[in-house]
Design a protein around this ligand. Structure first.
Ligand SMILES: Cc1ncc(COP(=O)(O)O)c(C=O)c1O
Length: 425
């Protein structure tokens, strides 16, 4: 098999034969070497075709290789790949569109990845408040930098204790990053009462999809807004997964809580590398005005052209309605299946994202997720892959839907899931 040959060679010269640790997990149960991807299908170098529910960790909202987005990027590339000087008109156009769409956006700064966006949002919160500490929530992922690489998905015996996501993290970060359980308003209020004059920013995924999905209690988000306002800390919504996928205005609109800063990325460019920090004018004005934000490739015309077209298609074709409706159907059908087969499992999710977790009970925070049956999920993912359905075997992650997924793919997914769950019953 070519997949194995390429993988074996890759293993010798590329750590774990992948460009991210999580990507390396998709080499289970066997090496995964994709060659092409169109719509909701992904094909490997051995000609095996899968329906893709991984969608590159979520950005592919319209479907892989979307012709209109590609055409827009090609047109832009014919004019110039990277100017790296001054300002190009596309930057102004796309920034203006984001300001029209996202309630918290008064100014915009483009970067290339979500990690850069959260890094700069936090640095801005420190510069603006003159304070050092930040608060994050257990189960939330905001990228790989030292400020936030704590308690994303700690092992069950480490829940509630500060737990680094990596070796090599600065000692100072242990002291400046405070971690609170998601949805726990009382714990947050207590922490603010004790540390408020040290807290620069409070960052969260409004729906922590980095561990499947935790739905925020309305009163929790309102508490975060009220407390941060009272004490002069900045509230930062990390909407890198949720904006555009769940709501073109970000979920901040539907939850009625407007943060000071928002980070966006993933679905805005349908797979092209782009992300942004958006927020209040008086905070954003500090960028390049005492606060260092920089990047050779920031505001890359390819990402901007992709974003302009992706947003246009999302609005024109009612993409969010389609993927939301489909997501609801998957969750309902999967819940029915699980009830029929008597397997201990639950379906979590929101709109076009769903995840099957081998565990019982309601999900309110990370501790409700820490003890899911990880081995069973890996076997489930492997069996589904044998049946032509692709998603990561990481039990904490999630399936995404795109505009290219239809009822046909849903029925195939459900038939495969019924077969696999019956093996587990
Ligand atoms: C919510 C959230 N924030 C930040 C990031 C980091 O983004 P990137 O991988 O583009 O650096 C991710 C990536 O998965 C994410 O899901």
């Amino acid at each position: 098999m070519r997949s194995r040959e390429i993988y074996e060679r890759g293993l010798e010269i590329i750590p774990k034969a992948a460009q991210t640790g999580l990507r390396s997990e998709t080499h289970y149960p066997e090496p995964f070497v994709p060659e092409t991807a169109y719509g909701c299908k992904i094909k490997d170098v051995d000609g095996r075709i899968y329906t893709d529910y991984h969608l590159a960790f979520g950005p592919i909202i319209l479907g892989h290789n979307h012709p209109e987005v590609n055409e827009a990027v090609k047109e832009q590339m014919d004019k110039g790949v990277l100017f790296g000087a001054g300002l190009c008109e596309l930057e102004v156009e796309v920034a203006g569109k984001l300001i029209d769409l996202i309630p918290s956006a008064e100014m915009v700064d483009f970067v290339n990845s979500g990690t850069e966006a959260t890094y700069h949002a936090i640095r801005l919160s420190r510069a603006y408040t003159g304070r050092e500490k930040i608060v994050k929530f257990e189960g939330c992922y905001h990228g790989w930098h030292d400020y936030v690489a704590f308690n994303v998905n700690p092992p069950p015996d480490k829940v509630g204790k500060i737990y680094p996501h990596s070796k090599g993290i600065l000692k100072a970060a242990y002291d400046t990053t405070l971690v609170v359980p998601f949805n726990d308003s009382d714990a947050f209020k207590e922490l603010m009462a004790e540390h408020h004059d040290e807290i620069a920013g409070v960052i969260l995924e409004p729906i922590p999809h980095s561990v499947g999905a935790i739905i925020p209690k309305k009163e929790f988000l309102k508490t975060l807004r009220k407390e941060t306002k009272t004490y002069g800390s900045l509230l930062i919504f990390d909407e890198i997964i949720t904006a555009f996928r769940h709501n073109i205005h970000g979920v901040q609109e539907e939850f009625g809580v407007i943060p000071d800063l928002t980070t966006i990325g993933k679905s805005m460019g349908n797979g092209y590398p782009i992300a942004a920090i958006v927020g209040r004018r008086e905070i954003m004005s500090m960028v390049h005005n005492g606060v260092l934000v920089s990047g050779t490739y920031s505001g890359h015309p390819s990402g901007l052209a992709a974003t302009k077209k992706t947003i246009e298609v999302i609005e024109r074709d009612n993409v969010i309605d389609h993927i939301t409706k489909l997501g609801e159907e998957y969750r309902k059908a999967l819940n029915d299946l699980i009830a029929d087969t008597n397997v201990t499992a639950r379906v979590v999710g929101y709109k076009s994202i769903f995840a099957i977790q081998f565990a019982e009970g309601e999900v309110v925070d990370y501790s409700s997720i820490a003890r899911i049956d990880k081995e069973k999920f890996k076997r489930f993912a492997a069996e589904m892959r044998r049946r032509g359905i692709f998603f990561t075997p990481n039990p904490m992650k999630r399936c995404h839907l795109s505009f290219s997924h239809t009822e046909k793919e849903m029925n195939e997914f459900l038939d495969a899931a019924a077969e696999v769950l019956s093996i587990f019953a």
